[in-house]
Design a binder for this molecule. Structure first.
Ligand code: ZN
Length: 412
């Protein structure tokens, strides 16, 4: 299985599937359309049923059930695009047969080195096979490792009919990296009871919590008068905005928070005397605290307007996405199944919150509870991306363990 998943992954890295946030088309880049067709062909060759590429470039397929037991339909999902942050063209992966520890020179002439001094997690993989870049591009393990793992796992199950499993649905989605991956995902047609995105990082990662997220746009109105005759007449909107900033809890910003701590993040400020605009994002795992953060901003705005006796500040808050935990908690067996599958494969689950959003969080709110499972890679979205091949094989085994786990539980 290890050779199959590695060969497959290496083949996938040959496709340039960088998504493009500037594009209005869907998928956002032609490379993804080409890759979708290739993947559909591969799924047919492997022997899956109901292989389809829809109008929006989503690839779906089915591994039919081979059990008489009534078990839920499980989905496995990975994304086809790579990050716009780093080139994904002419990816030239290199295999380090047995990592000795120490530096790996990625690009000699440019002096680009993958070093455990900077990335100490590398030392966990001494003696293992690693796949690294040539220092010019990202690797694309995010999320082509996920694709290769899903295809290899279902192929293995097709060739080993003695492994009992229910119906498995798979979906390969475009444009995850630009936040559009769930936009045209049609949950009823996919037809799974719950699913997993194979889009996490290192071995053992299991994620079912992410931020609640909102944006806040603030407008500060000033009054401009010639500075020479401004006394008691001028109101400088930039200084009003500054006062607002100073009243915010100063430590609750990204650079001072971690784990489950939320924040206000000032993204942008543009101002002149008569008008200043600010953009914030608001993040918190806890829904109550998230709502409190929004109320805090609105309260500050109200107080300021009362103080000035005029509408000096306006605020517009928009919710962006929510913590999938709310959708997962009532169906916690979905997390338990993944956890037990990992343990049965000898992997210690690492349950960590995502300090951001995932496609799985949007899918969870669309009716498909969808935690995120490790794909095995490290240092996503850049030239230092690498993946230990054993972690890829482990991910395949976890997929199989999840798929067959329910039939085993029912088997007394
Ligand atoms: Zn990803």
């Amino acid at each position: 299985m290890e050779k199959n998943v590695v060969d497959r992954f290496l083949k996938y890295t040959g496709f340039d599937t960088q998504s493009d946030p500037e594009s209005n088309s869907f998928p956002s880049s032609k490379g993804q359309v080409k890759f979708a067709k290739f993947l559909a062909e591969e799924l047919r060759l492997v022997g899956l049923s109901e292989v389809e590429v829809d109008w929006n470039g989503y690839v779906t397929a089915t591994l039919p059930s081979n059990t008489q037991k009534s078990v839920p339909i499980i989905g496995f999902i990975a994304h086809m695009d790579t990050s716009p942050d780093c080139s994904g063209q002419h990816v030239n992966p290199r295999i380090i047969e047995s990592y000795k520890g120490g530096d790996i020179v990625l690009h000699e002439a440019k002096n680009i080195v993958l070093s455990p001094k900077r990335f100490p997690e590398m030392l966990r993989y001494i003696g293992e096979q690693l796949i690294v870049t040539d220092g010019n591009t990202l690797l694309g393990a995010d999320d082509k490792a996920g694709l290769a793992e899903i295809v290899t796992a279902v192929e293995y199950m097709l060739r080993h009919p003695e492994i009992e499993h229910g119906k498995i649905r798979i979906a390969f989605t475009p444009d995850e990296e630009i936040g559009r991956g769930a936009d045209h995902f049609y949950v009823p047609k996919f037809g799974a009871d719950f699913g997993y995105t194979m889009d996490g990082g290192e071995l053992g990662e299991l994620q079912y919590e992410n931020f609640n997220a909102a944006s806040a746009h603030l407008v500060f109105h000033g009054v401009n008068v010639h500075p020479g005759s401004a006394k008691d007449k001028m109101r400088n909107s930039m200084l009003v905005a500054n006062k607002f900033l100073n009243d915010l809890p100063g430590r609750e910003v990204p650079e001072h928070t971690e784990n489950y701590e939320g924040f206000f993040h000032l993204l942008k400020i543009v101002g002149k005397v008569d008008l200043t605009e600010m953009e914030f994002i608001i993040r918190d795992f806890d829904r109550g605290k998230f709502e409190e953060r929004k109320l805090l901003l609105m309260g500050m705005v109200d107080r300021m307007n009362q103080e000035y006796g005029d509408t000096v500040v306006e605020i517009n808050i928009k919710d962006q996405y929510f913590n999938m935990k709310e959708m997962i908690d009532p169906q916690f067996h979905v997390v338990e199944l993944a956890k037990n599958a990992m343990i049965s494969c000898g992997i210690v689950p690492k349950i960590v919150p995502v300090r951001g959003g995932t496609d799985g969080s949007r899918l969870s709110y669309m009716g498909l509870p969808c935690p995120n499972i490790f794909g095995g890679g490290h240092n996503f979205h850049g030239i230092y991306e690498y993946i230990p091949t054993k972690s890829m094989e482990s991910a395949c085994r976890v997929i199989i363990a999840i798929a067959s786990g329910l039939t085993e539980i029912q088997d007394d």
